[in-house]
Design a binder for this molecule. Structure first.
Ligand code: BTN
Length: 314
C-alpha cells in the first residue's frame, strides 16, 4: 500500500461514497488506474463496493487510519516513523532484519502476520482486526536490569490505555493483559546488540481487539476485547493512545525506573497473593519487587524470580 492508496482509503473513510472521477482527478491519475488500485485494495481485504452512478463506498470502516497515526508520529517527540505493512511474517522479525536502516523509535504495524511469534518460542495466533506492532528503540545502553522492567512498563501502559477505553483489564506477570480470566494481549521484547553496550530492543505488541472470537484450540486461554464486551473498538485510537502514553511516561521510566510505576502495576497484578506455579514449582506470590521481579515464598523461604513461565491457580 502506497501513499496514493492511503489517500483513496482516507477519502472513502471520510465520505459516504466517492466517485472514481474525483479520485482520479485528485491523484492526477486515470480512472483505469483508480480501478486497478481499488481492485488491489479489495484483494487486501478492504470492503469496497461499487455503487452505480455514485462511485465507491467503504462498507466496513474498521480499518487502520494510517494518515492519523502518521500525523501523530509527526507531532511526536519520541517516535520517528510509522511503517504500515499489509502482511508480514512477523513485525518483530521485520524490525530485526531491517534495523540497520530503521531509525530509533520506529513503529512497524501489520494487519496480517503469517509467522507471529510469542514468548518461549510459541506462535502468536493471527486474528483479524487486531493490533500487531513492534517498537524499535535503539542506542539504549543495554542494561539488562532495565530491559525486563521496560517490558513490564509497556504492559502497564497498555493496561492503562485499555482501562481508559472502558476495559476492565488486569496484568498477569510479567506482561500479559487479561480480561475475564483470559489473555487479550501479549508482549514479546527482544534484544539485539551487546550487553552493556550499544544495541536495540524490539518491543512486539499483539492485542486481540475486534475479532468476534478466537480459534477453538485457544478459546480456554485467550479472548478478544470484542468477544468480552460486545463492543467494537477504534483500533487507530488505541494505537495512538498506546504510543502517546508510552511516549509520555518513558521519561519517568528512564529517570526513576520501574519503581515509579510499581504501585499501579501491583494494583492490577493478578498474581499477588495467589498460589502460582513457576516452571512447575508451587509458590505463593507475595510481592512485586522494585525492578518488577516476582517475590515468592516457598517453604518459608523468599525467592525472587525475574523470568519464567508462570501459571496462576485461581
Ligand atoms: C506472548 O504473549 O507470547 C507475546 C506475543 C507477542 C505478539 C506480538 S504481535 C506483534 C509482534 N510480532 C511478533 O511476531 N510477535 C509480537
Amino acid at each position: 500500500m502506497d501513499e496514493k492508496d492511503i489517500f483513496i482509503l482516507r477519502k472513502l473513510y471520510e465520505n459516504e461514497y466517492v466517485s472514481g472521477e474525483e479520485l482520479a482527478s485528485s491523484l492526477n491519475i486515470s480512472r483505469m488506474a483508480i480501478n486497478k488500485r481499488i481492485k488491489s485494495l479489495k484483494a487486501l481485504g478492504y470492503k469496497i463496493e461499487s455503487l452505480k452512478k455514485k462511485g465507491y463506498e467503504l462498507s466496513d470502516k474498521d480499518i487502520i487510519r494510517v494518515w492519523e497515526i502518521k500525523d501523530y508520529i509527526q507531532s511526536s517527540n519520541l517516535f520517528k516513523e510509522f511503517i504500515y505493512l499489509d502482511e508480514v511474517d512477523s513485525t518483530n522479525t521485520y524490525v530485526k532484519q531491517n534495523q540497520q536502516h530503521l531509525e530509533s523509535a520506529t513503529v512497524v504495524y501489520t494487519e496480517r502476520q503469517t509467522q507471529g511469534r510469542g514468548r518461549l518460542s510459541r506462535r502468536w495466533v493471527d486474528l483479524e482486526k487486531g493490533i500487531k506492532m513492534s517498537i524499535l528503540l535503539k542506542l539504549l545502553l543495554l542494561d539488562l536490569e532495565k530491559i525486563v522492567p521496560l517490558t513490564l512498563f509497556t504492559g502497564l501502559v497498555i493496561n492503562r490505555v485499555l482501562r481508559k477505553h472502558g476495559v476492565q483489564s488486569f496484568i498477569k506477570w510479567s506482561n500479559d493483559i487479561y480480561l475475564n480470566g483470559k489473555k487479550v494481549c501479549g508482549i514479546l521484547s527482544e534484544l539485539s546488540g551487546e550487553v552493556e553496550g550499544l544495541g536495540s530492543v524490539i518491543i512486539g505488541i499483539g492485542i486481540n481487539v475486534n475479532a468476534e472470537s478466537v480459534p477453538e484450540n485457544i478459546k480456554d486461554i485467550a479472548t478478544t476485547l470484542k468477544a468480552e464486551t460486545s463492543k467494537n473498538f477504534d483500533r487507530t485510537r488505541l494505537i495512538i493512545d498506546i504510543l502517546n502514553e508510552f511516549e509520555r511516561e518513558l521519561p519517568n521510566f528512564d529517570k526513576y525506573g520501574f519503581s515509579y510505576f510499581r504501585d499501579e502495576y501491583k494494583s492490577f497484578c493478578l498474581n499477588l497473593g495467589k498460589e502460582i506455579l513457576i516452571n512447575g514449582e508451587r509458590m505463593l506470590c507475595r510481592d512485586i519487587g522494585e525492578n518488577g521481579e516476582l517475590v515468592c515464598e516457598k517453604d518459608g523461604e523468599i525467592i525472587k524470580i525475574s523470568s519464567g513461565e508462570v501459571t496462576i491457580r485461581f
